[in-house]
Write a protein that binds this ligand. Structure first.
Ligand SMILES: NC(=O)c1ccc[n+]([C@@H]2O[C@H](COP(=O)([O-])OP(=O)(O)OC[C@H]3O[C@@H](n4cnc5c(N)ncnc54)[C@H](OP(=O)(O)O)[C@@H]3O)[C@@H](O)[C@H]2O)c1
Length: 269
């Protein structure tokens, strides 16, 4: 016999995916995956800071996004491989904003070389930027994230990992794949700590998307890569922006510590 029927709670699905008026920082927002996310955020009405080392490009991209979106985009050039660069970037944001709703830790580097030739400095560069800088920037921006955080609308940290941190890659990118596995685990560790302070921490693990980083691979191996993808294609900007918007909106408020592959199913193979 069926039990007593539960009364359903009223729910407003209006504006469920809205990020209108939120303040975001996207590191590496000047091109590739960071740009896909920044564009999606600006078009959705957010105030978005983008950061990268090359000032002219960063400034130009911010101007173009501001012209074409309902939100605004502001450029803060910085090299976040160094502690000083991280402090400068965090200082700029803290100087300009009272709260930070969304931090997208996207800037990253790759290095591929044969095992015997894999350079120590390449290994260190990748590990520092992809893992340590992500941690330090998040730590430095915690006060601002915490000021934006409420139980109903937590502040969001979104780390960009990779499917190379989930499955064993075909290319010899030892430091990169290790760094991305570290990003995924650090995401879960931080989610456990920061969830209690109303800050969610999740990771997006992208499959192949067009960017400077993937240019050689997609120019030379695209057919093979597409053949391994159940959906039979590489990612589009909307695929990346959509997941990043979901995680930053009310729709994603209860997601914490998740590693979301956005890869057309490549990691199922
Ligand atoms: N594209 C893919 O298919 C794919 C797949 C899986 C994961 N990912 C991840 O997605 C993220 C973005 O990659 P992408 O493919 O878009 O690469 P990308 O085209 O090389 O873009 C990297 C971005 O980071 C910036 N950047 C690099 N080093 C920096 C530093 N030291 N300080 C500040 N900014 C720096 C770059 O600008 P400047 O050079 O001007 O500094 C650029 O804006 C990375 O974490 C990558 O591992 C990408």
């Amino acid at each position: 016999m069926a039990g007593p029927q539960q009364k359903s709670q009223p729910m407003s699905s209006q504006n469920l995916f809205s990020i209108q008026g939120k303040v975001a920082l996207v590191t590496g927002g000047s091109r590739g995956i960071g740009l896909m996310i920044a564009r999606g955020y600006v078009e959705s009405g957010a105030r978005v800071y983008i950061s990268s080392r090359t000032k002219e490009v960063c400034d130009q991209v911010a101007e173009e996004l501001s012209e074409n979106g309902s939100g605004t985009c502001i450029s803060i050039p910085a090299d976040i491989h160094s502690e000083q660069g991280i402090q400068e970037l965090a200082g700029e944001i803290i100087g300009r904003e009272k709260t930070l709703n969304i931090l997208v830790n996207n800037a990253g580097a790759n290095w591929a070389a044969k095992l015997e030739e894999y350079p120590d400095d390449g290994f260190n560069k990748v590990m520092t930027l992809n893992v340590k800088s992500m941690f330090v920037l998040t730590r430095e921006l915690l006060p601002l994230l915490e000021k934006a955080a409420t139980p109903d609308d937590p502040a969001r940290v979104i780390n960009i990992g990779s499917i190379d941190g989930i499955t064993v890659p075909k290319v010899e990118n030892y430091a990169y794949s290790a760094s991305k596995a570290a990003v995924h685990h650090m995401t879960r560790v931080l989610a456990g700590q920061l969830g209690r302070r109303n800050i969610t921490v999740n990771a997006i693990a992208p499959g192949p998307f067009e960017s400077k980083m993937t240019k050689w691979m997609l120019d030379n191996l695209k057919e093979m890569i597409v053949a391994t993808c159940p959906l039979g294609r590489i990612g589009k900007p909307e695929d990346m922006a959509g997941t990043a918007i979901y995680l930053a909106s009310r729709a994603g408020a209860y997601v914490n510590g998740a590693i979301i592959p956005v890869d057309g199913g490549i990691t199922t193979q």
